[in-house]
Design a protein around this ligand. Structure first.
Ligand SMILES: Nc1ncnc2c1ncn2[C@@H]1O[C@H](COP(=O)(O)OP(=O)(O)O)[C@@H](O)[C@H]1O
Ligand SMILES: [Mg+2]
Length: 295
């Protein structure tokens, strides 16, 4: 069943087309990653989904209800963490969590305490004293401790350090096990590829790709920089090797993408050519875009 569905949703701000005919479906029980560089239209899309913004054209439904017209009803089933969390400066963090919890008809108190501890958040402090990361934690605790069908997170880990990021991921795994639907936006692919069943990629307000991780396997490859003493004539034909570029300036200097399932085979293969230098790194989203979508 599709719990979120956008059809030809379009939204323009002045001359900027933030959403340019977006078609997107999110299936029940899936963790759906929404990836795109800054300014791609992720936040706008999420606001249209939630009925915070009205699309100029097309429409959005959640649980078969119209996002705009039925926003109040829809919000009962949703936990949402916005990208830029603003809180009431004079309330304590804990008061804000409880306020949101009451709107949603209560909270799991035990889970709430556990979340404070895991996220290392002091709920007694006034919100005005919180850093961006701590404000984000308040919103995360409120969202994760309440019982919803759909969880929507807009770049939830952008202000968090890596340790807290892994705490967040742990809780998303729990939601996944509980068969909840999760929609998770990010501009960092490696951050979400561990969690997501399905990934949609947005660029300039358009969905340029959507599929399971297996279908988008090339996105999760690694980038290899290699220099050898002997030339490797058949490198381009090795399994898992794509986007091979041979440097014109250096001798036997290669850069390519490698599907990590062929990692050991490739290492064995290149050994015969006397490796001088070997580097591997996850590709940057920007590089992937340049390679695949700007042709
Ligand atoms: N309220 C707004 N008024 C004017 N322009 C906006 C507004 N919200 C977003 N935009 C513009 O729309 C584009 C998409 O923005 P946004 O959805 O925030 O992208 P993302 O969340 O992927 O970074 C950007 O060019 C942004 O500047
Ligand atoms: Mg955004």
């Amino acid at each position: 069943m599709n719990v979120i569905k956008l059809e030809n949703a379009t939204k323009q701000f002045g001359n900027v087309v933030a959403m340019d005919g977006i078609n997107l479906t999110v299936e029940e029980g899936k963790v759906h990653g929404f990836i795109g560089p800054n300014g791609a239209g992720k936040t706008t899309t999420i606001r249209v989904m939630l009925g915070i913004l009205k699309p100029d054209k097309g429409h959005s439904t959640i649980l078969n209800m119209d996002s705009w017209k039925d926003a109040v009803k829809i919000h009962k089933s949703i936990s949402y963490v916005p990208g830029d969390v603003s809180l009431w400066p004079n309330l304590g963090g804990g008061e804000v969590v409880d306020f949101f919890a009451n709107l949603k008809g209560g909270i799991d108190e035990e889970k709430k305490r556990e979340l404070y501890e895991k996220f290392n958040l002091d709920p007694s402090k006034k919100c005005r004293t919180y850093s961006k990361g701590n404000r984000q934690k308040v919103a995360l605790v409120a969202a994760l401790a309440s019982n919803a069908d759909i969880y929507i997170f807009d770049e939830p880990t952008s202000g968090l350090d890596p340790l807290m990021e892994s705490v967040f991921q742990e809780y998303v795994e729990q939601l996944k096990k509980a068969n909840k639907t999760v929609f998770l936006s990010s501009h960092i692919l490696s951050e979400v590829e561990k969690l997501c069943d399905v990934i949609s990629i947005i660029k300039d307000g358009q969905i340029v790709e959507s599929g399971t991780l297996d279908e988008l396997r090339y996105l999760t490859g690694i980038e290899i920089t290699l220099q050898t003493a002997k030339p490797i004539p058949e490198l381009a034909n090795q399994e898992g090797v794509t986007d091979l570029r041979v440097s014109e300036n250096a001798i036997n200097h290669y850069r390519f993408m490698l599907d990590t399932s062929h990692y050991s085979d490739l290492i064995k293969y290149i050994g015969a050519y006397e490796v001088i230098r070997l580097e591997s790194a996850p590709p940057k989203l920007e590089d992937l875009f340049i390679r695949h979508y700007e042709k």
